[in-house]
Each structure stands twice: as C-alpha cells, then as structure tokens.
Design a protein around this ligand. Structure first.
Ligand SMILES: Cc1cc2nc3c(=O)[nH]c(=O)nc-3n(C[C@H](O)[C@H](O)[C@H](O)COP(=O)(O)OP(=O)(O)OC[C@H]3O[C@@H](n4cnc5c(N)ncnc54)[C@H](O)[C@@H]3O)c2cc1C
Length: 276
C-alpha cells in the first residue's frame, strides 16, 4: 500500500475544501473502510478525515428524502424515515450493501464512490431518480446520479460529495429490488431495482436500474421503453425484457458469464415489475 504522509481532521467544510484545493495529495477519508481495503490512490497521501463534518443527517421533507452523504450505511438501514420511504427498499439495499461491522463505519458517499458497479444501493437510487450534490470551493453543484456516475472524476473535482436527494415516489408507485448472488450474504452478481406504476393492469410508468453488469450501475432505458404501456403479465414482461437487453453490454467476469447474466436479468426484471 502507498505511504500515507499525514492525517488531518478539519472541523469545518471551509477548512476541508481549502485543504483539498491547496494540496493535491489530500484524499478524503469518510469511514475509511474502502481506503483500508483497497489502499490510498497514490504515494505520500494526506488523509483528510471528513467524518467530523455535519453531513450525516437524514431528513424527510414533504416531497423528498434528503440524506447527508456521510450518513453511515447502518443509519440508512435502521432509520425509520428511510425504512418507511419507497416501500422500504432503500433501507433494505443499505443493509445488503455490506456486513454489519462495515455498515457501522462505511458512509453513503464511500459506497457511491467505490466499486460502485456492484453496489446494491446505487441501482435503487438510480431507479428513484436521485440527485447528488457536490460542494466545491466555488459553490454547490447538483447532478442527476446517472450523469454523476458517467463523469465522476470531473463532477467531484477537488470537492466533496455532501448530499443525496431522493424525490418521494407517487403513492401508487411500487418500488422493488431483486438480486442474485452465489450465497445470500455474498455481494450480488446482479441487482435490479425498479419503480413501477400500473394503471388498469398496464405499465403506466417504469424506471429500472441494474448493477453487476459493468463498471457502473445503469438505468435500463431500452427495457423501460419496451415495457411502457404494455400489460403487466409476467411472461409478457420477461419476453419483452429479454428482447430489450439484447443490445445491452453485460460483464463477463469471474463472478458470472455474460450469457448467465443475459439469462437471469429478464427474470429479475419480471419480478421487479410484476412482483412475481
Ligand atoms: C473487508 C471489506 C469488505 C468490503 N466489502 C464491501 C462490499 O461487500 N460491498 C461494498 O459496497 N463495499 C465493500 N467494502 C467497501 C466499503 O466498506 C464500502 O464501500 C463503504 O461504503 C465505503 O465507505 P467509507 O465511508 O468507509 O469510504 P472511505 O474508505 O472513507 O472512502 C472511499 C472513497 O471515497 C472517497 N470519499 C469518501 N467520502 C467522500 C466524500 N464525501 N466526498 C468525496 N470523496 C469521498 C475517498 O477519498 C475514497 O476514495 C468493503 C470493505 C472492506 C474493508
């Protein structure tokens, strides 16, 4: 592991941002679990412990849930406001993200910035149309999560991820997630999340996202388009999903072949959309 040159613990956001701008070797440290597991990114790093900064609140607003990016995964899994939001799926995904010990220490920001291609919480946030806010010296910028993932390094710059906002789904929207893993507590091979609104047995609105298909979790726009206004019958949904993912690139790695993923993904989509 590369050497760490120094450790600092700023007490204010201004101080933290100033150090990040002033000293290119600074590396933010939130819970530190991913940095510990994967190592600091370069020699001579200055660890900037941001855990004292006030970005761990979980707030329920009328139209949204607002998560401080430094909330621990355990807080997200246990908090009543999260457990009662979006059919409890977000809390469930936070619980599935890591083991108990890591959840106590690991933060939401860390989960979205490390190995996010296999994250359990990221597809839920994508399906719920979440937005993330990055604080830099020259101001706060908010990104749709999908756009943030596509240009993470530029979007983050020398700033800090401080907040995740999730619009409250409409009352008649059902939110579900389905996953497949080698064993129940293993990291998922594929994890699908969806927000679905039915109207008279037809799919009136659907947002779907998946992790486990590559370096980033992605929205399944082609599947959403194919399912729009179609009957929500399981066999029909699975058949349409099978066709629609034909052009979606799927990872082929030590966890599973692309062929396996192509076989299983439509089944998970069917369960998310139809609940069966
Ligand atoms: C043994 C072990 C097993 C693990 N297994 C899993 C697993 O199964 N699933 C999983 O998802 N993760 C796993 N992890 C990784 C890790 O525990 C989680 O991803 C956790 O959520 C990371 O959060 P953290 O606060 O500890 O991140 P940190 O280690 O503090 O930071 C991670 C990265 O994000 C950057 N960063 C953190 N916060 C901010 C911020 N606010 N703004 C800008 N940059 C920031 C850091 O500079 C660093 O590059 C594992 C880790 C260990 C040690």
């Amino acid at each position: 592991m590369p050497d760490v040159r120094a450790y600092e613990r700023p007490q204010s956001l201004e101080e933290a941002l100033f150090r990040l701008m002033q000293e290119p070797r600074t590396v933010p440290l939130a819970g530190g679990t991913a940095l510990m597991a994967y190592g600091v990114p370069h020699e001579d790093a200055i660890l900037l412990d941001i855990s004292a900064l006030p970005f761990d609140a979980i707030e329920q607003w009328e139209d949204r849930l607002v998560l401080g990016a430094l909330a621990t995964l355990e807080a997200l899994a246990r908090d009543e406001k999260v457990r009662t939001f979006a059919d409890g799926v977000l809390a469930e995904a936070a619980h599935a993200e890591a083991t108990s010990l890591l959840r106590q220490q690991g933060r939401l920001a860390g989960a979205l910035l490390t190995d996010v291609g296999r994250s359990e919480i990221a597809p839920v946030l994508l399906a719920l149309d979440a937005r993330v806010s990055v604080q830099q010296m020259n101001g706060l910028k908010t990104w749709p999560l999908a756009a943030f993932f596509e240009q993470m390094e530029t979007a983050l710059g020398r700033g800090l991820l401080v907040q995740v906002d999730i619009p409250r789904p409409l009352a008649e929207t059902r939110v579900r997630r389905e996953r497949v893993a080698r064993a129940p507590r293993d990291r998922a091979i594929l994890s699908v999340a969806g927000a679905v609104r039915l109207d008279g047995g037809r799919i009136a609105a659907v947002r779907l996202a998946v992790s486990g298909v590559g370096a980033l979790p992605v929205r399944l726009h082609a599947v959403e388009d194919a399912l729009s206004d179609e009957p929500a019958t399981p066999a029909h949904v699975q058949a349409l999903a099978t066709q629609a993912i034909a052009a979606v690139p799927l990872a082929d790695d030590r966890w599973a072949s692309a062929a396996y993923r192509r076989e299983v993904l439509p089944v998970l989509i069917r369960r998310v959309v139809c609940g069966a």
